[in-house]
Every structure is written in C-alpha cells, then in structure tokens.
Design a protein around this ligand. Structure first.
Ligand code: 2P0
Length: 325
C-alpha cells in the first residue's frame, strides 16, 4: 500500500474571488489576491488500498458520502488518471484543525492538502504550480493555499484548464496578522459555490462586480508590495463590500452576514478612530477577519473578543504553503 501525507493552511482573500467563468472547469471569473494563514491547518493522508472498490473519505473522523465524497474522488481521479500514476482507489483521512465549511476557507486548505497527499500516494511528480492548478479544480481558493504567504490567482479563460495561483511574497514579507473573530462553529447556510452561481444568475450587480473586481486586485497588490496597511486595508474592505453587495442583491438574497458581523465592523471602525490600523473582511460566512500590524494584534483581539456573540478569537500570522511531513 502506498500512502502520501500533506499539510496545508487556509488562506483569506484580500481581493475577493466570487463567481466563475467556466463552472465545469471551475475557473474564476475575476482575479483575487490572498494571504495564507498559519492558524488554519488541514492535514490529509491518502492511502491506496487495492481491496477498495471505491474511494473512502473521512473528515474529522466522519465518513463522507454524496457530493462531498464525489468532489474528493474527482480530484483523486485527475491525479491517478496520469499515465505515470499508480492505480487503485484510496482511503482519504483529513483532519481540519478549525471549523469546517463555516466561512473559514476549509475547502482551500482541504483541496490543497488533498492534492499534495494524492500526488505523493500515486507517485506523480507534480510541480507546485501543477498542484495549484489541480487543487483549483476542486476549489478555486485552494490554488492559493499551495503557496506560502501572499498569492494571486488570475481570472480564468473559459475552456483552458491550466490555471495555477502565482506566489507574490513569502511569510517574511510583512509583519502583519489576521485576527479572526468567529461568531459560530456551525456550517454556513449557503455553500459558496451555490452563492456564486445564484449571484451570477440573478443579481443586477453581477456585471458591476465583474467590472470593479480587477481594480481591487490592482490596489491590494500595490498596497502589499509597498507594505502600506491603509492602502491594502481600504482596498480589501472595498472588495469585501462589493462582493457581499452583489451577493445580497441576488434573488433570493445570498446573505452571509449576521447582526454580530455588523457589530464587529463597528468595532473595527472604532479601533481605527482610536488610531489602531485595523481593516475588516468577510467571506462566505458571518465571521470577521481583521488585518493589522503584528504589534497591534493583542489590542485588536481584545476589542473583537468584547463584542457580544463572538465565540472565539484567533490570531493568525502569514503561513507556509504545502508541507509533506
Ligand atoms: C475567496 N471565497 O476569494 C472567496 C471570497 C469566499 C468569499 O473562494 O466553488 O470554496 O470551490 O471554487 O473557493 C470560497 O469559494 O469556491 C471563496 P469553489 P471556494 O476566498
């Protein structure tokens, strides 16, 4: 039996990906820029077992069936379909060391770790770039978790399955933190894939989102290059608001924020008014993630933890890409 192990970390987008230009190949309609985080770790083992008649998938000790298992199986098939690959179905065991499917990008770390572990188990010598492109087929944000630190994922070209993320800067580029204010440990109500599809199908602001998203990528990329927190943070907040506004205008509304989310946004504004550089973002869930300089993280954490309804605060630093041991 051949086995492979891989560890990956989730990433949070500063300029958001929302929507696809090719659903079958899972190609994003807009570019995005992200930061991989050390505090959100997924560990995956893929073990080929010739006695199996189909892939088996376990997530945090729970066997997966239906669509969840099918997505994992499809990714394994794309690795073992290569001519040089070993053959056979596999047992996949994944540990998420943070809440799954609640808007903390567990699919990003999950599909990145799965791709790395599958490449090892099936003995396919893939470059990180190739792993990033394969992981993107599973979940587009996963392409960015293959690499450490700051990453860009371009928009796709319909029909072209080659689309890896591009590493921009490593973990030592900038002494920042993302402070994660979690408001629930429950899974989200609307899967991001469904939310994106419905936004594209029904939101009157879909076209506007497509038009403005590349500008946020440019502003975030320039802000990160210059280590300019205010420029980066302001562009991140604008991208976040535009993404959520386009989704909220879908019919019926695709809405991820809760009351406590708004209270957290007020707390971040109060921090800024008090002279602390703190900037907020939200993904397909109600949590708020706050970008700040590392030396401000204790003050930001204390302010976020004081908001009623916050169940946990985690401080994350820029994190490493794939690790194989
Ligand atoms: C992002 N999100 O850029 C955006 C911002 C959520 C909001 O990428 O359909 O799980 O599997 O490609 O990557 C979440 O979507 O979606 C996501 P699929 P994914 O991080």
């Amino acid at each position: 039996m051949s086995r492979g192990f891989c560890r990956a970390r989730a990433n949070i987008a500063l300029a958001k990906y929302w929507g696809k230009c090719d659903a079958a190949l899972n190609l994003p309609a807009v570019p995005s820029v992200s930061l991989t985080l050390d505090a959100l770790v997924t560990e995956t083992e893929v073990q080929i077992d010739p006695s199996l008649e189909e892939d088996q998938v376990w997530l945090n000790g729970v066997p997966q069936e239906g669509a969840g298992r099918a997505k994992v199986s499809a990714l394994l098939a794309s690795v073992r379909g290569r001519p040089e690959a070993r053959r056979g179905f596999a047992r996949v065991t994944t540990q998420n060391h943070f809440p799954s499917a609640s808007g903390l990008a567990s699919s990003a770390s999950g599909f990145a770790a799965l791709t790395g572990a599958a490449a090892r188990a099936y003995e396919v010598p893939l470059s990180l770039e190739a792993m990033s492109s394969i992981a993107r087929r599973g979940s587009a944000s996963a392409a960015r978790s293959v690499f450490e630190g700051w990453c860009a994922l371009p928009a796709g070209t319909p029909g072209d399955d080659w689309l890896p993320a591009r590493p921009l800067y490593g973990v030592d580029h900038w002494e920042v933190c993302m402070v994660l204010a979690l408001v629930t440990h429950a899974p989200k109500a609307i899967a991001s894939r469904d939310g994106m599809r419905e936004t594209a199908r029904t939101s009157p602001y879909w076209g506007a989102w497509l038009g403005c998203a590349p500008g946020y990528v440019k502003a975030v990329t320039e802000g990160v290059a210059a280590r300019d927190l205010e420029a980066t943070g302001a562009a991140m907040e604008a991208s976040t608001a535009a993404m959520h506004a386009s989704a909220w205008a879908a019919v019926p509304a695709v809405r991820y924020i809760k009351g406590v989310t708004l209270e957290l946004l007020d707390a971040v504004q109060s921090l800024r008014a008090a002279g602390v550089g703190a900037w907020a973002t939200m993904d397909a869930g109600p949590h708020v993630k706050v970008l700040c300089l590392a030396h401000d993280s204790a003050r930001v954490s204390t302010a976020l933890a004081a908001v009623p309804g916050v169940v946990e605060v985690r401080v994350a630093r820029p994190g490493r890409g794939l690790e194989f041991a």
